[in-house]
Write a protein that binds this ligand. Structure first.
Ligand code: FMN
Length: 304
């Protein structure tokens, strides 16, 4: 029977357009494979670097009305340690390893190591809003972004997804820069810079003071970003930000995403969210007479 949800993104065959977003449950092989078994079309790891990193002291996450504000500081065991974890995830669903690094050369080395331990594709975290000399410090600088993407592309043959920050004047400019430098796909978006203050002590709650907002408040911003990027580039876009229902997913697909990532909503809805979203998209396609999810990608641009 034909699978209406199947989609190929930058050479990766996905059984459906849902993916786990980087940083949520992505630090252990067992949880990654649980997410894949729960129905995710692809899984993305927590961002990994060349060296193990402790991250920031607590508090690193605050719940707000509409989601979370986090400044974890990229805690991770380092790419090489992850070799042990990867064993649990092979062949369940395509594995995208998210990497971060502090220089162009380091990105190239990290990419090679990630491929060596089994990545089917890479996602470059050039968008973390609270890590210094990496993340958004790279994504906000067009020249550096170009160099990092070029160096990574030169170093590996696997598809390279570039995850963009919304904390810029023009995300379209970042998208075009990444595409020109050779990116195979774009992920939009990472969190929006945010802060929470405890009024009793008058102090910022996060130890890093500033973090990134995720969850439902992000959704209209992310939809706008995907919509604008779709008009400007030819490579596929993976939509991310505040998705918690199948209707949210359809909105992103219609804005121009070829797939979507789910992060914060997993904390509220559990892993069943992947099946719920997929079943909802499938029922919607059937009701509207579409034979494939591909038919609704960018549909909202046609109604201009
Ligand atoms: C606790 C937490 C940790 C995160 N860690 C990462 C990370 O390591 N790398 C990355 O690229 N994005 C990271 N993100 C951002 C998410 O992947 C995603 O872009 C963002 O949360 C928006 O999606 P959501 O609203 O579905 O969570 C993290 C988000 C949260 C809430």
């Amino acid at each position: 029977m034909m699978n209406r949800l199947a989609i190929n993104i930058a050479g990766l065959e996905l059984s459906n357009p849902t993916m786990l977003a980087a940083g949520i449950l992505g630090i252990s092989g067992l949880t990654l494979s649980r997410v894949a078994k729960a129905g995710a079309g692809a899984i993305v790891t927590k961002s990994l670097g060349l060296q193990p990193r402790a991250g920031y002291p607590n508090p690193t996450i605050v719940q707000v009305e509409s989601g979370l504000v986090n400044a974890m500081g990229l805690p991770n065991p380092g790419i090489e340690h992850f070799t042990q974890e990867i064993k649990f995830t092979r062949s369940v669903a395509p594995l995208i390893i998210s990497i971060y690094a502090f220089s162009t050369d380091e990105f190239a080395i990290a990419a090679q190591k990630a491929v060596k331990i089994g990545a089917d594709a890479l996602e470059l975290n050039v968008s973390c809003p609270h890590a210094k000399k990496t993340g958004a410090d790279i994504g906000q600088d067009p020249k550096l972004l170009e160099e990092v993407v070029k160096a990574t592309k030169r170093s590996v043959k696997k598809p390279v997804f570039v995850k963009l920050t919304p904390n810029v004047d023009s995300i379209v400019r970042s998208a075009k820069t990444a595409e020109k430098a050779g990116a195979d796909a774009l992920t939009a978006i990472n969190t929006v810079k945010a802060m929470v203050i405890d009024i009793e002590t008058a102090k910022p709650i996060l130890s890093n003071k500033i973090g990134g907002l995720s969850g439902s408040a992000l959704k209209p911003i992310a939809v706008r970003c995907v919509y604008e990027i779709f008009d400007a580039v030819d490579i596929p876009i993976v939509g991310c930000g505040g998705i918690s229902t199948w209707q949210d997913a359809v909105e992103f697909l219609q804005a121009g995403a070829s797939a979507i990532q789910i992060g914060t909503a997993i904390a509220q809805k559990g892993l069943n969210i992947f099946t719920q979203v997929n079943e909802g998209i499938e029922a919607f396609l059937e009701k509207k007479g579409f034979h494939s999810v591909k038919e609704i990608i960018g549909l909202s641009h046609k109604s201009k």
